[in-house]
Write a protein that binds this ligand. Sequence first.
Ligand code: CDP
Length: 224
Amino acid sequence: MSKSVVIAVDGTAASGKGTLAKRLAAHFGFAHLDSGALYRLTALAVLQAGGDPADPADAVRGAQTIDLSLAGDLAIRTDKVGQAASQVAAIGAVRQALLDFQRGFLASPPGGSPGAVMDGRDIGTVISPDATAKLYVDARPELRAHRRWLELKGMGIERDEQGLLAELNARDAADKSRPISPLVQAPDAVLLDTSDLSIDAAFAAALALVSPRIEGALKDRHRG
Ligand code: CDP
């Protein structure tokens, strides 16, 4: 079987990478996986079991017991879970426990789809270094905090915007400075700054950046 086509979308917290990844997947008819949900589900499992997200044994147990059916659940979207996700994500054994699932998803996207879009922090660097196209999404921190505030408000969760900004900054700093799989722009990833772009404009920009490679790979796949 020919290799699946992969779009890796990495970037900072609340940069809009999830929305872009979803829209790219819908556009190309690809499967989509929000890898952040795996770390958030791991964190939720640890917290629900009364464990410590910074403890490797507790965190690995959490990763082994995640319930994927809760990926759409509001319970994983709280900042408490986000912070705990960043803690479990710094543990190498947790990342290892989640690696096969992510690579399996990319190698055989669900539904027989010819490709997959995965968003996260290390997709273009560690999970799929030979991805067909890679984006690194970022935006100014104040704008990201405002977007997250709006997103949470839409879910019925009231938060103080300054508190959200502090939380995003702390999480980015932790994600960028950890020794294992830090958040870093892959050398061959294209930077997309969404600060001054509407969602539609950001999607149009993302599409223009990845389309030549994706269309080419889909044609090759068809031929091969
Ligand atoms: O939605 P948001 O951008 O705030 O975060 P997320 O993508 O749901 O990820 C939550 C946390 O999981 C991040 O702060 C990272 O510490 C971790 N994560 C990771 O280490 N590697 C990934 N591929 C995805 C998420």
